[in-house]
Design a protein around this ligand. Sequence first.
Ligand code: FES
Length: 94
Amino acid sequence: MPSSNENTIQFKVAYQGHITEVQTYPNQYYSLMTLISDQLAIPGFGLCCGMGSCGTCLVQISNGYHQGVKNVLACAVSVNDELANALVTIAGVF
Ligand code: FES
């Protein structure tokens, strides 16, 4: 793990009105779903463990600069620079 924070990725995760600041390293987690499951421990989130079949990991990603807003399955999202400064909102459809 790098000793400086030059390589860290920072973004925010919103769930039920609470915003959590997340700081991680590129590819420290297998996917955005595994990061959220590890750091927020939301019951029912990521039920199929990344198989892409349950839909419980649906999130909305907004980074305001390049991509606008998009709805995606967090288990299909890599943790890399594309998440920098984004707001990830957990749909909470479960
Ligand atoms: S964890 Fe089930 S669809 Fe992503």
